[in-house]
Design a protein around this ligand. Structure first.
Ligand SMILES: *Cc1c(COP(=O)(O)O)cnc(C)c1O
Length: 375
């Protein structure tokens, strides 16, 4: 019997979340961001549920290639464009759309002699100071792109630094700068990420870029996905592999971080930082057993972690423990590890098995298909 450390992925939840984004941004088209293997949820499991998205977006050419290898022909935007001119042939072969965020990238297309794709996306610096051309360069670069043989449409893009926070002022300032830099230019506008989709309807414009919300995760501090109506897509679970009696005064795990103040029944769960469950997790972090929250006790090790099963006397060897997902918000677990849920879902390692799992499937069906690791 294989180790049952499993990330269950619910594609119906992805489809539900996409529908919710449509309600939140009813006048915009939706770019579904599926970079980093669908934020660690796996492209092969999530793409079928995103067929109604208006296009897809990824960070790298390899990610775009993975989409095509799955037989998917949806429009795909490379959010960062290409770094090397030699990549343009691949862009054309795969039928990808390009972001241009630097004058060098525009010159690359001019050297090529044509637009590799009829629709191009010019990214404007509006305040984040990561990627984007300076506002005063925008009209000239826009014109140069439109002048390329084969170019039909040059859209205008920017990205917010703090759309998920309550710092209204920074989003307003970025919007103002973007509008000023792009005034009078043709093309569709695209700014909002998940945080802005939720917080700033006036930023929705022609397109929104939805990432984290598609996976049922909230970008807003202090609010979980389900509180926003989202359905969590991933449930990470593992099995209890041993249950030990730990006398009062004895400690548990590496470094003896935790010491029992009374006799405890401690379960050893088969998941650790070698699977992507952070070692930085603190004592008391909840692990769900039989639907009840049991506190983590002691350091997380590479392959295992330990939980106090006092709240769960019926737990036995082989009982399933849920680390995050349905009924245990990943947002809360990320906070306990001092990080954001984006990082938790992206850092699941290749040792974890993925299963497609429909919460609302026929006869409450659980596992329909299991995939081999393809990475
Ligand atoms: C990742 C990314 C997004 C999606 O952000 P979310 O917060 O996950 O919605 C949008 N735009 C760009 C440029 C990105 O890199």
């Amino acid at each position: 019997m294989a180790r049952n450390t499993i990330a269950r992925i619910d594609p119906d939840a992805v489809a539900h979340n996409l529908g919710l984004v449509r309600q939140w941004a009813p006048h915009s088209r939706i770019m579904a961001v599926v970079k980093a293997d669908a934020y660690g949820h796996r492209l092969d499991l999530c793409l079928p549920a995103l067929e109604n998205a208006d296009m897809l977006a990824v960070a790298t050419i390899d990610e775009a290639r993975a989409i095509r290898r799955l037989g998917n022909r949806q429009a795909v935007l490379l959010l960062e464009g290409v770094l090397h001119a030699s990549d343009l042939a691949v862009v054309e072969a795969l039928g990808l759309e390009l972001t241009l965020h630097h004058p060098e990238q525009v010159a690359m297309l001019e050297n090529l002699g044509h637009a590799p794709t009829p629709r191009l996306w010019l990214k404007v610096e509006s305040g984040m100071h990561r990627l984007g051309v300076e506002p005063e360069q925008v009209p000239a670069l826009h014109a140069r792109l439109l002048a390329l043989p084969g170019a039909e449409q040059v859209n205008l893009v920017s990205h917010f630094a703090s759309a998920e926070s309550v710092d209204e002022a920074s989003v307003r300032r970025q919007l103002r700068r973007f509008d000023a830099a792009t005034r009078g230019l043709s093309g569709e506008r695209c700014l909002a990420n998940s945080g802005a989709i939720l917080n700033h309807p006036d930023s929705h414009r022609d397109w929104v870029r939805a990432g984290i919300v598609l996976y049922g995760i909230s970008p807003l501090a202090g609010r979980s996905g389900p509180e926003l109506g989202l359905k969590p897509v991933m449930t990470l679970e593992a099995e209890i592999m041993a249950i030990n009696r730990v006398p009062a005064g004895e400690s548990v795990g590496y470094g003896a971080r935790f010491t029992a103040d009374r006799e405890l029944r401690v379960g050893v769960v088969g998941v650790g930082y070698g699977d992507g469950y952070p070692r930085s997790m603190v004592d008391g972090t909840p692990v769900l057993v039989h639907g009840r929250r049991c506190p983590l006790v002691g350091r997380v090790s590479m392959d295992m972690l330990t939980v106090d099963l006092s709240a769960c006397p019926e737990a036995a060897i082989g009982t399933r423990a849920v680390l995050w997902g349905k009924d245990l918000p990943i947002e809360e677990i990320a906070a306990a590890a001092g990080t954001i849920p984006y990082e938790l879902s992206c850092r699941i390692t290749r040792r974890v098995r993925y299963r497609e799992s429909h919460a609302a499937g026929p006869a409450g069906g659980r596992i329909l298909r299991e995939f081999r690791l393809v990475r």
